[in-house]
Design a protein around this ligand. Structure first.
Ligand SMILES: [Zn+2]
Ligand SMILES: [Zn+2]
Length: 672
């Protein structure tokens, strides 16, 4: 007897092994095994039983399965099918896709009892308590009705729950889960990032108690094993987590919820480069269950599909009675940019008013660090990272005498120079501003205010971000400055003013989703301001006040934004009208070689060219050099599934010269 095994290698084919007598009883589909591979052993998954050897294989040359790892369990058919689908869609091997399944990575070690608490669990300890059940609004009722029907009747259906911020989406999720549990089914609840788990962990535990489990990629081996065990024992029936939770095999899974379905974090940037929304829809189909995608600003793709009736569209247009609609304003940066001020008079005035009234303020800016570049005024020299050819960002924490130059891509660091590297002149200028400088500027203007900062630099220390969160929530600070993470999901009722310091950085991002990202960002920010019963206020600073993205965002009109944006997508043949495949050729070898390889790849793709098919490039990636690698890319737009599959297969069969790497990213979110 023989089996075909999928190995986590970037190779399309499966590997055939002989099953020794002693394993014949236990072996079967989905079993995790170790097998010899060259002069080492590799882990793999049995994906096919082979009764008769193909003629090209000689039995005496075939090696034997060494060990069966999952004696009592195996990867079920559903997850074999799901990973096979990922392999087909996202240009990886079946073995690589199977590494997403937790049991594939579980180590063969004993269980220890030590249980470490996570950020989310720590946050919830002091807030557990009974919460009154609110009655639903009419809108909520009519959105919930079809979901409950589908769950009760065991029908496979995909819903897009489009609800403005504070319209009560969460209550609908909770009641859908209740219904699933009542039918003896379990549920998975996905959020885009680990940091957002805490808010929902709190809510879910209050409503459902101990049967809620948490899953994310930073958990220890022991924690994972405990969760998997409790799922098997049906002690955990609701699993909350970031995208990796989708692959945890729940018992009798019936409901999958994806909150903030528009969020870019659902796309995995490393291999296997799958999109969790698409994988969730596929899993929903495989289990014949219910999928709910929720958002206040649906992705263009999802809303398009909902309008085409591929998803059942449910709308919540009104906020729940206890909250008021926030007011949004634009502040034109051009009118005061002569004196290089970071804050417009409008924003400054609003901040001081808020502080006087003892209200909290959030200021968001999508740039970390102090200054975004260092320039010699005499000769124009800009300090750039030699690995990436991108400007160094100047970092200086509060209280530090001298700062450092840091590359945001490869983490290279340099001390701050005293003279110009190029002309030895001494007139150096720090340009642009990041979150650290905002804090300094605020201190100049509001010396008495208590200011906190939250960005990836401060969040690196888990304890610091937890303390920052608590301090601000308890209203022991006045202003919270941070990157996107400060407007994501957190609930701070003391906040009435949110300032977006510079909306244009997101809008100028060289990516066709730049407008979508900016629109989402502003609406999300308004959600943070809207928790205050007095009615919140959002001030958006921009130099492009007439841009349709900003205009539709401040009037909080998603449909108007959608109408404009979908026209643009259509005219340029971007998603949802096409599927994109990005081929990136990268190497530390000479640029000419990289370009030549990119040209050779293009030759291979050209024969597919037609009306439903466009090739852009090859051209340099917008970060042409990154970590000492030269990067050139080809972007392909495909109008139908057949051409998409052909293009993926062609790219996978492309043999690069040694030392040159090809990355294939289907449905890319990072096209830089
Ligand atoms: Zn100089
Ligand atoms: Zn670098």
């Amino acid at each position: 007897m023989w089996v075909d095994v999928a190995l986590p290698l970037p190779l399309e084919n499966l590997f055939t092994y002989k099953v020794p007598e002693k394993f014949c009883k236990e072996i079967g589909l989905g079993k995790i095994v170790t097998v010899p591979l060259g002069n080492r052993f590799s882990r793999g998954v049995v994906v096919k039983e082979v009764q008769e050897l193909p003629p090209k294989l000689e039995n005496s040359n075939i090696k034997e399965v060494h060990e069966i790892l999952s004696l009592d369990s195996a990867i079920s058919k559903i997850y074999l099918d799901l990973t096979f689908w990922i392999k087909e869609q996202y240009a990886c091997s079946w073995g690589e896709a199977l590494t997403l399944i937790p049991s594939f990575n579980i180590e063969k070690r004993g269980l220890s009892r030590k249980k470490s608490t996570t950020l989310a669990e720590t946050l919830v300890e002091d807030v557990l308590g009974k919460e009154p059940r609110l009655s639903l609004t009419e809108e909520q009722n009519s959105a919930l009705e079809p979901i409950q029907q589908a769950i009760m009747n065991g029908i496979h259906e995909n819903f897009l729950l489009f609800g403005v911020t504070a319209s009560g989406k969460t209550e609908i999720y909770l009641r859908a889960i209740s219904k699933a549990l009542a039918q003896g089914k379990s549920a998975i609840f996905l959020v885009p990032e680990i940091s957002l788990c805490s808010a929902f962990w709190d809510i879910l535990r209050k409503r459902f108690g101990e049967q809620v489990g948490l899953w994310h990629s930073q958990m220890s081996f022991n924690e994972r094993n405990r969760i998997l065990k409790e799922i098997k024992e049906k002690k955990i029936n609701i699993l909350l987590g970031a995208r990796s939770a989708l692959f945890v095999p729940m018992e009798r899974l019936g409901l999958i919820i994806l909150d903030e379905e528009h969020d870019f974090s659902y796309k995995q940037e490393e291999k296997p480069r799958y999109h969790a929304r698409e994988a969730a829809l596929k899993l929903g189909e495989l289990i014949q269950g219910v999928v709910i995608l929720g958002s206040a600003t649906p992705s263009l793709e999802s809303f398009y599909r909902a309008l085409k009736k591929e998803f059942h569209l449910l709308e919540l247009t009104k906020r729940v009675p206890s909250s008021r609609v926030p007011q949004l304003y634009l502040a034109d940066r051009r009118t005061h940019s002569k004196n290089l001020a970071i804050f417009s008079p409008e924003l400054l005035q609003a901040i001081s008013k808020a502080i006087l009234r003892r209200e909290q303020v959030i200021l968001a800016l999508n740039r970390r660090g102090f200054s975004t570049f260092l320039l010699c005024v005499l000769c124009g020299f800009v300090w750039k990272c030699s690995n990436c050819n991108l400007a160094f960002v100047f970092h200086r924490e509060e209280g530090e005498e001298e700062g450092r130059l840091r590359c945001h891509y490869c983490f290279e660091e340099k001390p701050m120079p005293k003279v110009c590297f190029n002309c030895t002149g001494e007139s150096l200028f720090l340009g642009g501003f990041g979150t650290q400088k905002i804090v300094q500027e605020l201190k100049k203007n509001f010396s008495f205010a208590r200011i906190l900062r939250l960005d990836r630099d401060t969040a690196r220390k888990k304890k610091v971000s937890l303390e920052t969160y608590k301090t601000f929530k308890e209203e022991s600070a006045d202003i919270l400055v941070g990157t996107q993470m400060v407007v994501q999901g957190f609930d701070f009722p003391g906040v009435r003013l949110v300032g977006i310091v510079d909306a244009d950085t997101a809008l100028h991002h060289p990516d066709f989703r730049a407008s979508e990202r900016t629109f989402q960002w502003i609406i999300q920010a308004s959600g943070r301001a809207g928790r205050n019963p007095e009615g919140g206020e959002v001030i958006v600073q921009t130099a492009l006040p007439d841009h349709y993205t900003l205009q539709t965002a401040i009037s909080q009109n998603y449909r108007a934004f959608y109408e404009k944006e979908i026209e643009f997508r259509k005219s340029l043949f971007y998603p949802p009208f096409s599927k994109l495949v990005l081929f990136r050729i990268q190497s530390s070898k000479k640029k000419d070689l990289v370009i030549a390889e990119a040209e050779r790849l293009k030759e291979l793709l050209v024969p597919f060219k037609g009306e439903e098919f466009q090739i852009l490039g090859p051209g340099p990636s917008s970060r042409e050099i990154l970590r000492k690698q030269n990067r050139w890319q080809i972007l392909v737009k495909c109008g139908n599934k057949e051409s998409l599959q052909k293009v993926i297969k062609a790219g996978q069969s492309f043999q690069t010269k040694s030392g040159i790497k090809i990355v294939i990213d289907v449905d890319p979110y990072d096209v830089l």
